[in-house]
Structures are given as structure tokens and as C-alpha cells.
Design a protein. Structure first.
Length: 310
């Protein structure tokens, strides 16, 4: 084979490999951020099925009203507000996990209602009945939750005390929100199984769930996200946001979590400012501490709230 043909074949091989990598990276971006209306409905159903019949029946009998906000990028986000019969000045704003909906937070809403809180349960952007088909992984959602905070204050008055609580992606949402400039009404943060970094969590899930070379594909997917989704995965440095937060923070994590490494909890706790508390459940997998040790979970949450929210 002459030199000219060899060069041509080499260039074609390189071009083919490059195109394959770009295509694979784009597929990762779509897999990570894309969520169709049909999948939203499936997420609502999955949320309800994860609850007990007693929890779902309890929810049906609560007084509820629909709330909504319009985001800066033109999305209508929807939520359920449940006033507490005790008529207190305390509200918990809850944040559900990836590929689920507000109904996933029913068990947690019940805990907060029992503790004397009214509850706001939003559907995240691209989830449930909210608009959008591009998932924000907690990073875009931090802006949305600042709007929900302002909406609670506008509806419940300037004396309202607010707690932010989230699980999984929702935990990352409230931690990302905690690093922003928030009104004095926000009194505490509770997170369960949140991840420390959007980009690193993407790498972890790609490798452990799909066994693909995440170190190669995630940077490509990150570039697509920056150009098409309005944010780069690398922007989502939750450790940095937690370091800015000076509100009391309670953290739960399962030692057997295969979705978000328990090491993330230790890193987040180390970076957090006082006052802070970390509970590691040796028997729990991802967001399952509320199931493995329900009494301890309830008591820990109640004690924390009584200590820091007056």
C-alpha cells in the first residue's frame, strides 16, 4: 500500500472514531437531560407506587390547593400546597428525586405535617405536571426554588419560617439553593441522599449503571449540555454551594447507597458549616432511611426542627 492510501485510510478511521464518540456523547446528554411527557406520567405513577397505601390514602384526605410559578425561561411549574390545621407560621418546601414527581414526597410531607408544618410540594421542571423536557439536576432548580420561597412568603406572610427538604436530586436542589442569597425566612435545610457534584454523579452513574467509559463521554455530554440545556454539568458544584450556606443542615444517607456514593455525604458534611448533623444508616440503600429506621428518622427530623426553627 502506498503512502497516500495509508494516510487516507488513517484519516477516515480517525474521523469515524471521532464521529462515533461525538454521537455517543450526544446520546449521553439526551439520556441525562431529556424527559418526555409520557415519561413524566410514568414518573408520577412510580412515585405513587413507591408509597404505602396508607400514605397515599392519607394524601387524598388532606386539604390541598394548586400553586404555580412562571420561571425566567418561560416554564410554568406546578405544586400542591397543604395548609396545616394547626395554623402555624411554618412551611416545608419539599423537593423530589430524579424521574419522579411531587407524589414521591408524600411520606415526608406527612412527617412535616405531624410536626406542625404546612407543606409545599412542587414538581421539578421537566417532571410531573410541570413544563419542560430538560432536566436541571438540581442546578437549574435552585433558581426555581428561590421563586417558590418568594411565593410562600407572598402567600403566608413576612413572618413565615421555611424549611427546605429534598431527596436525591431534590436533596441536591435544596443544597444548591442553600448557597444562594436567601431571605431570613429560610431557617434550615434537610437533605437525604444528595450528590456533591452534577458532573461527577453523571460519571458515577454512567459507569456503574451502564458500564460505559464515562471519563471519555461525560466531557462531550457536558459540552452539549452547556450549548443546548443552558448549563454545563460541571457548573453544578454542590460542595461549593454547601460551603456558602450558614443555615443549620441535617443530612441523611444510606451506607448501602448504590446510586449516590456514601462518600458524597461525608464530603458534603466536611464542607458544610456549623450547625450540621449527619446520619448514616448502615442498613439503608438510596433514599431508604425513612423505611429502614422510620422511628429514628422521624425523631431525628423532629428534634432538628425543634432545635432550629422557632
Amino acid at each position: 500500500m502506498n503512502k497516500k492510501k495509508l494516510i487516507k485510510r488513517t484519516v477516515l478511521a480517525v474521523a469515524t472514531s471521532y464521529t462515533t464518540l461525538i454521537s455517543a456523547g450526544y446520546a449521553v446528554y439526551l439520556l441525562a437531560t431529556g424527559w418526555s411527557n409520557k415519561q413524566k406520567l410514568a414518573g408520577r405513577q412510580a412515585s405513587l407506587e413507591a408509597n404505602t397505601d396508607i400514605e397515599n390514602e392519607w394524601f387524598k384526605h388532606q386539604e390541598r390547593s394548586p400553586w404555580a410559578i412562571k420561571t425566567a425561561d418561560g416554564l410554568t411549574l406546578r405544586a400542591t400546597f397543604m395548609p396545616n390545621a394547626q395554623n402555624t407560621n411554618k412551611v416545608a418546601i419539599l423537593a423530589h428525586g430524579l424521574h419522579h414527581s411531587r407524589e414521591q414526597m408524600i411520606p415526608y410531607a406527612r412527617l412535616f405535617m405531624d410536626a406542625g408544618y404546612s407543606v409545599l410540594m412542587p414538581d421539578a421542571r421537566a417532571h410531573g405536571r410541570s413544563d419542560g423536557n430538560v432536566i436541571g439536576f438540581g442546578w437549574l432548580d435552585r433558581n426555581d426554588y428561590q421563586q417558590w420561597i418568594d411565593t410562600v412568603i407572598a402567600n403566608q406572610g413576612e413572618q413565615v419560617n421555611i424549611v427546605l427538604m429534598g431527596i436525591s436530586m431534590g436533596a441536591t436542589t435544596v443544597m444548591a439553593t442553600s448557597g444562594q442569597t436567601l431571605p431570613h425566612n429560610v431557617r434550615a435545610i434537610v437533605e437525604d441522599s444528595g450528590f456533591r457534584n452534577v458532573f461527577q454523579e453523571g460519571k458515577f452513574r454512567l459507569w456503574h449503571k451502564y458500564h460505559v467509559p464515562s471519563s471519555v463521554l461525560m466531557p462531550i455530554a457536558d459540552d452539549f449540555a452547556k450549548r443546548q440545556a443552558g448549563y454545563a454539568f460541571k457548573d453544578g458544584d454542590i460542595l461549593a454551594e454547601v460551603a456558602k450556606n450558614h443555615l443549620p443542615i441535617l443530612m441523611f444517607h444510606g451506607a448501602k447507597d448504590q446510586t449516590v456514593p456514601v462518600g458524597d455525604a461525608y464530603e458534603l458534611y466536611a464542607r458544610a458549616n456549623e450547625p450540621k448533623q449527619l446520619i448514616i444508616d448502615d442498613e439503608a440503600a438510596h433514599i431508604s432511611s425513612i423505611r429502614t429506621q422510620p422511628s429514628k428518622y422521624r425523631q431525628t427530623l423532629t428534634d432538628f426542627l425543634n432545635r432550629y426553627v422557632k
